[in-house]
Design a protein around this ligand. Sequence first.
Ligand SMILES: [Zn+2]
Length: 466
Amino acid sequence: MRHAICLTIALLTAATSAHADEKDYIAYSQPTIAFVHASVVDGTGAKVRRDQTLVVDKGRIVALGDAKRVKIPTDAQQIDAHGKTLLPGFVMMHEHLFYPTGHRAYTEMVYSFPRLYLAGGTTTMRTAGTMMPYADLNLRREIDKGTVAGPDIDVTAPYLNGPGLPILGVNALGGVDDAERMVNYWADEGVTSYKAYMHIRRDELQRIIEVAHRRGHKVTAHLCSVTYREAIDLGIDNLEHGFFVASDFVKDKQADVCPGTVNSSLAALDIDSPEAKALIKHLVDHHVALTSTLTVFETFVPGRPKAPQAALDLLIPEIRAQYEKSWDGVQAKPNPEQVALFAKLGKLEKRFVEAGGLLMAGTDPTGYGGVVPGYSGKRQIELLVENGFRFEDAIRISTLNGAKFLGRDKDVGTLEVGKRADIVVVDGDPLQQTSAIENMPLVFKNGVGYKTEAIFAAMKNTVGLN
Ligand SMILES: [Zn+2]
């Protein structure tokens, strides 16, 4: 009995202090806020506009235009935005609430990740697969209630995979009826998205798509055993990882089997070949969106930058050491195939957009680590620009495109009158130098402004633990 009471008190204390934390992160919560003299990249792909005033009232954008013309309400809290650039809150489509912690463990970061995603500019996200679905669902609820600071979450069901994956947290489906049972079960529990994985069979994928669509939900996949073309023909909505996991170009590929030669087949692919063009056309014709996750692939390419020190400071020492060791290992081994793939497949994502395809952005904090929420979203945008996208288009890919896919573009995804005040404040001009995006002192969600440095400081030495 005494033990039970102590436990209750301990839980209550934990809950109260967590609540106090959230208040400590808030810089602005006035009902009316006006940013004056800001540069604005609105998320539609339109060119940056200079010297703008943006007015927020009760969580909504109520005015946006030339500073000379827009009237500032007398009761507004003014923010001098000279030298600052406003972007829409990011809508990131391949996120996870878990992080690789070694020995096949993927640990749910219930405490740090929602807050870090928000501090990195992400105000809406999809979890592209989960290890701990109830934690994701409960976090979504708490964020919606306002007791936890974090992005809106489109929660994906646990991975839908066949046998063959050596990850203990992932179930192996036993056929089409089992697939249907899983989809219905998780829909009943409240998930709104599904992700099929590398060892799924065509018949299972077909059933997953049918049942999910019947429930009004969308399906994405990280494929291998099924080709992109097969999945498109089955009616899939979205494919993950750009073209990095397309098994379409493997010679003599066996149906429903994940071949070990995807990388070498892609290394041999000419991105201007009729085969590559035909796959792009098939995707576009069937309105299948692609999610770019250059951030996670970068970690496997020698010669690419290491995760920034501030991101590494978020990791607990053991996890930081694991990352450093793996990163050193990647640097030590020349890997021309990986170098070539990274350059080439980034360009292929650009061709997909030029052909009319819907490209979205995600960061995928998996691999061996180093893709750290709070930093990874900014890095993904830098990598899109590196692959030839205008900054304004990289922002559209990372905001409006995801909102469109989620059917939420009337509410979020751009800086426009009537939309929710989800606003990223960059100190500097990322049009001149993309890396200016790394200076992001404030992130607004629902009209509430969060001090990102306060969140980062509070989250030091947490990632890897909770
Ligand atoms: Zn992933």
